[in-house]
Ligand binder design. Structure first.
Ligand SMILES: [Zn+2]
Length: 143
């Protein structure tokens, strides 16, 4: 994907938030603000929100690191979805994961968790991403 694809993906995902099966839990939050996505050379992504200058709306600021462009499309999608979910929930608890899983499913992606982050990602039943930790475990087993 390129930068425009990432921004379009973020817009579409934000729309999915409105119709998602869990939207009744957070729809108030959605209506209070809009996400602003920035691609940077930062090491990691993050999301935070602040009030706008008029004190009327939330501005959700999301940073996506440029290194994700070297990853598979599914991982890029996962990354954007993850950060957008943080506009709704600040932690990685059950409600966050329910939302993340459900939105990813709409993009045809299934996630296998290792705590907060994916151990593996699947698309159409095929593994499309595996964390370096899991890869290392496999390598060690072979030795
Ligand atoms: Zn997170």
């Amino acid at each position: 994907m390129n930068k425009e694809d990432i921004l379009a993906l973020a817009d579409l995902t934000w729309e999915q938030f409105r119709t998602n099966e869990w939207s009744h839990l957070y729809v108030g939050r959605l209506n209070k603000g809009i996400p602003i996505i920035k691609l940077t050379n930062a090491k990691g992504g993050h999301a935070y929100w602040k009030m706008d200058d008029n004190g009327r709306r939330f501005v959700y600021k999301i940073t996506i690191p440029n290194w994700i462009f070297a990853q598979a499309d599914e991982f890029q999608t996962y990354y954007v979805v993850h950060e957008l979910c943080h506009c709704i929930y600040g932690d990685h608890k059950t409600l966050f994961k329910n939302l993340e899983k459900s939105i990813l499913a709409e993009w045809g992606i299934e996630i296998e968790y290792s705590r907060a982050y994916p151990k593996r990602l699947y698309s159409n039943g095929e593994m499309v991403y595996e964390s370096w930790r899991e890869k290392r475990k496999k390598r060690n087993k072979r030795c």
